[in-house]
Design a binder for this molecule. Structure first.
Ligand SMILES: O=C(O)[C@@H](CO)OP(=O)(O)O
Length: 247
């Protein structure tokens, strides 16, 4: 049996401030760092170890991974960073407060922007898109740098990473951990579990909690589960869903 561990980053400053983050490179809060370490402790206690780690090019995911590695005594394993694991690009909503946006445009509209499968948030003007000049994307065809993304667009970049990088490593017997983001992980989970475009709307991934997938030898998921206290995890998922309320 193969296993994969997915972890959404711990609380970021813009999670705390309730702002749309997307590709903005926001750091973890003290709580977020503690969540990362707690995830590492949980994994270690449960007997997990990893041969390789994958993360995005955004520091909230990278630093979460560092916290996990540090607690597990695994600072030495290879780490691959890749833009395809980045958060979904939030377009012109990036930086806006989610509750204020809901008060202005309505909670239903904000839910469409946050959770619909194929309706993207309003796009940034290319001239306003700082990622185009960001050295971390310098090797990338500028046409691949999004001005906004819906989940479907995120699936279109996350799945090649799964098929080309993650799945072959898991199949070869490597123990893999992925530290990424709410929506890049929703994209992967949608594919792994065959979740419909309608049902994915209600899926929210909590910050800083290890999500374990068990696969058969063909990488068909057998089951998945979060590590940690079930009630606390449910409360974290509800808190993510409620970020789009007007208050
Ligand atoms: O702001 C974002 O980039 C994401 C994740 O924090 O938020 P949401 O849950 O609203 O998609």
């Amino acid at each position: 049996m193969h296993k994969l561990v997915l972890i959404r980053h711990g609380q970021s400053q813009w999670n705390l401030d309730n702002r749309f983050s997307g590709w903005a490179d926001v750091d973890l809060t003290a709580q977020g760092l503690e969540e990362a370490k707690e995830a590492g402790r949980l994994l270690k206690e449960a007997g997990y170890s990893f041969d390789v780690a994958h993360t995005s090019v955004l520091k909230r995911a990278v630093r979460t991974l560092w916290g996990v590695q540090d607690e597990m005594g695994l600072m030495w394993i290879p780490v691959l960073t890749d833009w395809r694991l980045n958060e979904r690009h939030y377009g012109a909503l990036t930086g806006l407060n989610k509750a204020e946006t809901a008060a202005k445009f309505g909670e239903d509209q904000v839910k469409v922007w946050r959770r619909s499968y194929d309706i993207p948030p309003p796009a940034l003007e290319r001239a306003d898109n700082e990622s185009v000049h960001d050295p971390r994307y310098a090797g990338l065809d500028p046409a691949l740098i999004p001005d906004t993304e819906c989940l479907k667009d995120t699936v279109a970049r996350v799945l090649p990473y799964w098929h080309e990088v993650l799945a072959p490593a898991i199949r070869a017997g490597q123990r893999v951990v992925v530290a990424a983001h709410g929506n890049s992980l929703r994209a992967l989970v949608k594919y792994l579990d065959g979740i419909s475009d309608e049902d994915i709307v209600e899926l929210n991934i909590p910050n800083g909690v290890p999500l374990v997938y068990e696969f058969d030898e063909n990488l068909k998921p057998l089951r998945h589960y979060y590590l940690g206290d079930a009630e606390a995890i449910a409360a974290k998922m509800a808190a993510v869903a409620n970020q789009g309320k007007a208050r």
